[in-house]
Design a protein around this ligand. Structure first.
Ligand SMILES: Cc1ncc(C[n+]2csc(CCOP(=O)(O)OP(=O)(O)O)c2C)c(N)n1
Ligand SMILES: [Mg+2]
Length: 316
């Protein structure tokens, strides 16, 4: 990897997401954040790589672990932090919290906490785009656990049959909460399962953002050429606990040794090492100032009024 305009753009995104999530983790014990948080620290490169090859009109669907996707696609930071604070200035009016980020402007579909449910919804967006003849790619990010939901299999078949412009991106961190993949499947080959439905599937086993970007670029180009859905299994590692701001290597279901190779290959640190040091420091300071401003915005933002509580219960 070298210091080029491409790697600077990717690095800036990676660093920004990392610093934002680290700040969220630091604020969390204060109880100012009113929702559970599922951090993507260690997994950010997947969202950064994929969103880097998208166009503004493209749409992404994220899960409850959606900070990285929301930010990489251009979701507003102030709206994200205010959402976590439960303030009406939040991107979901402060009524959804961290698990329900949404941005119609940036093309981020409303997220769900129910595992896998956004996969058929993403297919619905892809079908709509196809029927309307729009040049739009829909990306759906989900975990390895979500591939165990029936709707994942149903969606693969439907998307393959109708050649939908849908990019399935599985962030395979090896765990569904505390259950490792090997205790859940006799056949660990997710791509083989996917190919059985007629969907081309590629697997990456690196945290190198440039390798994942190349895989995403090829898949998105195939979709734009009308070849139908594509699948990427990006093997990754969740550095912190499933939900919350802490490490959980003492919990007994995994060891810190397992994480070390990923920490050693951390794309943020690896890219920082090849970049111009003064530029890295300037970028870091710019991002820190942006985060300070967003946190201040969320803190100063007014709370809900009583009459707001029954709004958004039914469509208006
Ligand atoms: C339908 C459903 N079943 C179970 C849960 C509880 N649950 C929340 S997250 C999760 C694990 C999902 O793992 P994975 O898809 O690999 O995503 P990761 O959290 O690892 O990013 C489970 C079982 C849920 N929210 N919804
Ligand atoms: Mg997982």
């Amino acid at each position: 990897m070298k210091d080029t305009s491409d790697t600077r753009r990717l690095f800036r995104q990676l660093l920004r997401i990392r610093l934002i999530e680290e700040r969220v983790a630091a604020i969390y014990p204060s109880d100012k954040i009113k929702s559970p948080i599922h951090l993507s620290i260690g997994q950010e490169a997947i969202s950064v790589a994929v969103c880097d090859v998208l166009q503004p009109q493209d749409i992404i669907a994220v899960s409850y672990r959606g900070h990285a996707g929301y930010l990489a696609k251009g979701g507003d930071l102030k709206g994200m932090i205010a959402e976590m604070y439960g303030k009406p200035a939040g991107c979901a009016f402060g009524k959804g919290g961290s698990m329900h980020l949404v941005s119609a402007e940036a093309g981020v579909m409303g997220a769900s906490a129910v595992v896998g449910t956004h996969i058929p919804l993403a297919a619905g967006q892809a079908l709509a785009a196809k029927l309307r003849g729009e040049d739009k790619v829909i990306v759906c990010f989900f975990g390895d656990g979500a591939t165990e939901e029936g709707c994942f299999a149903e969606t693969l078949n439907f998307a393959a049959l109708h050649k939908l412009p849908l990019f399935f991106v599985c962030e395979n961190n090896g765990y569904a909460i505390h259950s490792p993949l090997k205790k859940r499947w006799a056949n660990l080959d997710i791509c083989a399962r996917v190919r059985a439905y007629g969907v081309p599937a590629v697997r990456t086993e690196t945290s190198d953002v440039t390798v994942m970007r190349a895989a995403a670029e090829a898949a998105v180009a195939a979709i734009r050429d009308g070849e139908g859905p594509q699948f990427l299994e990006a093997v990754t590692y969740r550095w912190l606990e499933h939900v919350g701001p802490n490490e959980d290597y003492a919990a007994g279901y995994r060891s810190r040794d397992e994480m070390e190779p990923w920490e050693n290959e951390d794309p943020v640190a690896r890219l920082a090492a090849v970049m111009d040091a003064a530029w890295v420091e300037k970028t870091r300071a710019e991002i820190a100032a942006e985060i300070d401003e967003a946190v201040e915005f969320a803190e100063q933002s007014p709370i809900h009024q009583q009459e707001d509580l029954y709004r958004h219960v039914y469509a208006q």
